[in-house]
Design a protein around this ligand. Structure first.
Ligand SMILES: [Zn+2]
Ligand SMILES: [Zn+2]
Length: 45
C-alpha cells in the first residue's frame, strides 16, 4: 500500500510522472491532474 501524496488515501496502485513531481498519486488524483491539464490546453484555443 502506498499513500497518495495528494488526497492522503492508501491506494494499492499509485502513479507518478514529471507532473506529480515524483510523488505517488492514486489513480483518481493522477487522472484528475491530467484532466485539468487537457482542459487548460483546450481553453487556449
Ligand atoms: Zn489521491
Ligand atoms: Zn504527467
Amino acid at each position: 500500500m502506498t499513500t497518495c501524496a495528494k488526497c492522503g488515501q492508501d491506494s494499492k496502485k499509485t502513479y507518478n510522472c514529471e507532473h506529480t513531481e515524483e510523488a505517488e498519486f492514486c489513480v483518481e488524483c493522477y487522472t484528475e491532474l491530467h484532466y485539468y491539464m487537457t482542459e487548460q490546453k483546450h481553453g487556449k484555443d
